[in-house]
Every structure is written in structure tokens, then in C-alpha cells.
Design a protein around this ligand. Sequence first.
Ligand SMILES: Cc1cc2nc3c(=O)[nH]c(=O)nc-3n(C[C@H](O)[C@H](O)[C@H](O)COP(=O)(O)OP(=O)(O)OC[C@H]3O[C@@H](n4cnc5c(N)ncnc54)[C@H](O)[C@@H]3O)c2cc1C
Length: 545
Amino acid sequence: MRNGDVAGPAHHDIVILGTGTVASALAAVLVRHGVKVVMAGDEAHPAAGLDEMGAEVTRHLRVLGARYKVPEFQRFAAFEPLLAELPAPLGAELCHSFVYQRPGRSPEPSEVMQVSMPAKAPPEPNLRRPALDRRLREVAESLGASVRTGAKVARVSVADGVVTVTDVDGERLTADYLVDASGPGSVFLTDRRLIEPGSRFTTRTRSLYARLAGGRPMEEVMRPAKAYGKAASWTGGSTHHLFAGGYLRAIPFGNHPGAAARSTGVTLTLDADLHPEQGAPQEQFAEFLSRYPALAEQFEGAEPVEPWVSTGRHQHSVSHTVGHRWCVIGDAAGYVDPFNSRALAAGLGAVNMLAWRLLEAVRDGDYATERFEPLDRFTRRSLNANDDLTAMLTASLCDAALAKSALYVLQAGFRFGGFPALDAYGQLLATGSDAAFRELEKAPYPGSLFPTHAGYQRLFTTAAAECAAVASGRAEAAEAAGRVFAAVREADFVPAVLGLDDPATRFVRLTPATVLRLVLWSFTRAPDDLGPLVRRGLRIALRGR
Ligand SMILES: Cc1cc2nc3c(=O)[nH]c(=O)nc-3n(C[C@H](O)[C@H](O)[C@H](O)COP(=O)(O)OP(=O)(O)OC[C@H]3O[C@@H](n4cnc5c(N)ncnc54)[C@H](O)[C@@H]3O)c2cc1C
């Protein structure tokens, strides 16, 4: 199975660069199936201090745990077990809000939107990244992965069927195959000139982030409460504050019963051309707050509990993610923007696609590049789709109505787009077969919020074109927003009960009555390809598995 010349205790089947969540999840899966794995990471973690929305991350860990028989992942697969597993703080996500902000004014009550989880559903978790990385690395290690921490990789070579990784101290590791999960600064990608200069993406954004203690709860700022209608608690989940030129994501931490202290993870993402980096991150944040009175009031007196981090321009892309005896996953393979809060989850999705291929390659002693090429196509198309999504959002931000119409198109995708994966998970649990997951890899629109659905792709394309026309001065915002809402209305796969076709809708709630009406819709009016999927998806989602 292994290269005869180098087999020995220091030689491994697979070497993984990086010791983050993506790297550790892959290592744990592989060692569980008897593969000899070594991870090499320098622990100079770029995600230090990073707070993340974790709903998709936990879903992916649940799937990986079930598909690859790593029950340890269940400890990270829902809010309650995570409370015990990770050191505080954790954030509870019971609703998610969007608020349109204008300079010098309080938000208009008509320009808010909130999506709430079904009543009594457990909250989705928001996480501190370094804690998750550390715990997953411990899991991988406890299952048998070799972990070289403090190993700053200096060079990687692939010759005569052997991968050799050399760290800055000259220590060497050899393996049959390399998985690079070392983020955008990858030495391997840099040396091979695989990084596309300036990236191929149209998105041009950068972020500042920190976790803040103090300030006011959002409830005290969104006043008079009556004007904002039937909003659930604003601090019951995260909020994206949208404005022309960017967005501020605020994630409440310690907002659950029994939490010792509250804090807020803030990420300010700006158009890098409109807002070039000027001054220290904290000064940039203060300058930003000075333009938006409600946000200035909310964060008045708030202090960072960890230093601010400025990312510089985010976008990173590579020309190939698969080659002879190597592949690249996670942010190393590409990164667009934090808006849809799914990049880490996408990295775990890549683990799901890669792991069975690696297990078969190790078994067969055959690492032919063709075996891994579907991963390359999937990754590149997914990143391009994320770029399209971010471009649509960015273009829409110049106008509140247009931004709302774009968000409702995204919501239409979020509502049912995850159901094919849920369905595949349900089939895995019921039959033990992963055939549905393998089929999903062939979905026609990878990276789309609804990757299996042509109708959704058409709706998204229409909305993106309208937003682009406004941004380039070819269309008027209010009229374009009207056309986008009309397109949502005409889409037979968007049930009217959600109100996503109505500019006046502010609150999307999955109450028992809404769920009942959705089920009814799935029998009576939903297109044939969607009705049964919606019923199966709702059943699994409501069981919370
Ligand atoms: C502001 C912001 C907000 C975000 N919010 C979310 C969110 O809410 N939800 C979400 O899912 N995603 C979010 N993301 C994205 C998410 O953080 C990344 O997708 C994730 O960090 C990628 O993980 P990774 O393991 O691929 O890479 P990284 O986290 O970059 O890890 C790379 C690892 O490789 C190591 N390494 C690098 N170079 C070397 C070397 N030469 N030698 C040895 N080791 C090396 C590093 O130390 C590190 O451990 C956000 C990103 C940003 C910037």
C-alpha cells in the first residue's frame, strides 16, 4: 500500500497541512478507518479571536459522524453538547435579523427582517473558533492521528510518488498523499504559483473583527418596541446590519440561560475600494459607528475582550485544487467573504467529499489524480457561486428595498435548499447507505443555496442581474426591487405562506401553524419534485437530528 522505499514509522499514508477544524475533522475520519495520518500545523492561528455562526458547522459534523462512524463528532453537533464540550462563551441562535442602516438616522421599522426558528426548537450554536479547533484536534489525536504542532512548514515536494514535508527546523515527514488545509497563506500553493493574483472573484471586501463586552442590548436601541412589530428578542440571535458599502454582523454570546457573562462578536465587512484601510481597526470601527446613531448607541462604552483583527482584502483563489498526489481543502482552496457564514461548513463539506475517495485510494494504493478531480470541479464552482451571491448582495446594498428583495431571494434558497442534504442524511440513518450523498455531489448548481434546483437558479440569476443593473446605473432601484419580488411571486417553489414575495413582510416565523400550512402546500400546490422533499426535510428538521 505504501511506497516501499520510504515505509517506516515516520512515513504516513496521508500528511495534512494545518491543524484547524477542517484538517482535524478529516484526520479523525481517516484514522477511524485505519489510515496512517500525520497533521502538521504551526498553531499561529489566523482564526484567533474569530467568532463564527456555527449552525452549518454542527450539521456537517453530524453528517460526517454518521457517515464515517465517528460518534465523537456528536459532541459538537448541537447546542447542548457543545455547552459541555467547549469553554464559554457560546452563542445561542434562535432567530436571525437583518436591519438596514442609513447614515445619521435610526433604522426604519419597515426596513427590518427577522427569521425565527420553530418554537421549542433547540438553539443553533455560535462558536469561538480556536476552542473548536483545539477540541477537534484532540479528538483526531485520541483516535490515533499523529499531530505535529509548532511545526511551521517551509517546503513541500512531491517526487517519485512520495510527498516530503520539511518544516523550518529541517524536520521531515513523508507520506503517500498530501492534503493542504493550511489556509490562504499556504506555502505549498505559493511555491507552486497556484494562487491567482488578486483572485478571480469580483467581490472585493475586507473585515475587522473583535468580541466586545459592554454596550447596550439591541432591545434598548430598537425603540419604540411597538414600531418594530412582532420581533422576537433581538438579542436571541445574530443580526446583520446592512448599509451601502458593507455590513456589520453582531453575534450575541452568553445569551442563553446559565451563561456567566454576555459579549458580542462583531465583524465589520466593508467594500475594500470604497473603504480602504485607514488607521487601527478600533479607530475604523469608531469612525463607522459615528455615522450610524443606533449602532453608536448600542456599542457605546463597549470594549474589546480580545484585540481587534483586520483581515485585509479577503478574496483568495487558486487555479487548481487537485494535482499529482495532492489536494487542497478549506480556505486554502479559496475564500470569498464572510456574508453567508458558511466557509468553515463548506470546508467540512469538502471533507465529506474527499474522505471516501481517500479511503478508497489508500485501500487500492492508487492515488490517480482523476479520482479527486470531481472535488476540484465542485470546489471551484462552489466558490464562484459564493462570489455571485456576495456580488448580488453587495450590489443590492445601495437601496433598502433592493437589499430586502435580494435577501428574500436568498431566504427562498435557505428555506428548502438544505433539504436534499437533510434527506440524504435521513436515508443514511435509515438504510446505512451513503448513495444519496454520492448523488448529491453531482448536483447541477454546486455552491447555490439550493444546489439541486433549476428553478431556484433561474430566480437567483434574475435577481442578481437586477441588482447588477442598479449598481451599474442601468436600472432604478425601486423598480428593480419590484421586479425581483414579482419573480419570487411567480416562482412555484416558493410557498406564499412565507411571505417572501411581499415587500411588507418583516418576520418569517416557523410557527406550528406555518409548518402545517407548509405541509398542506407540499401536498396541494408544490411542484411534484418538491412536495415529498419538503415533507421529508421538515420531518427530519423538526426531529432535530
Ligand atoms: C471575519 C470572518 C468571519 C467568518 N465567519 C464565519 C462563520 O460565521 N461561519 C463559517 O462557517 N465560516 C466563517 N468564516 C470562515 C472560516 O473562519 C474559515 O472558513 C475557516 O477558518 C477555514 O478553516 P481552515 O481550516 O481551512 O483554515 P484556517 O482556519 O486558516 O487554518 C489553517 C491552519 O493552517 C496553519 N498553517 C498555516 N500556514 C502554515 C505553515 N506554513 N505551516 C504549518 N501550519 C500552517 C494555521 O496555523 C492554521 O491552523 C469567517 C471568516 C472570517 C475571516
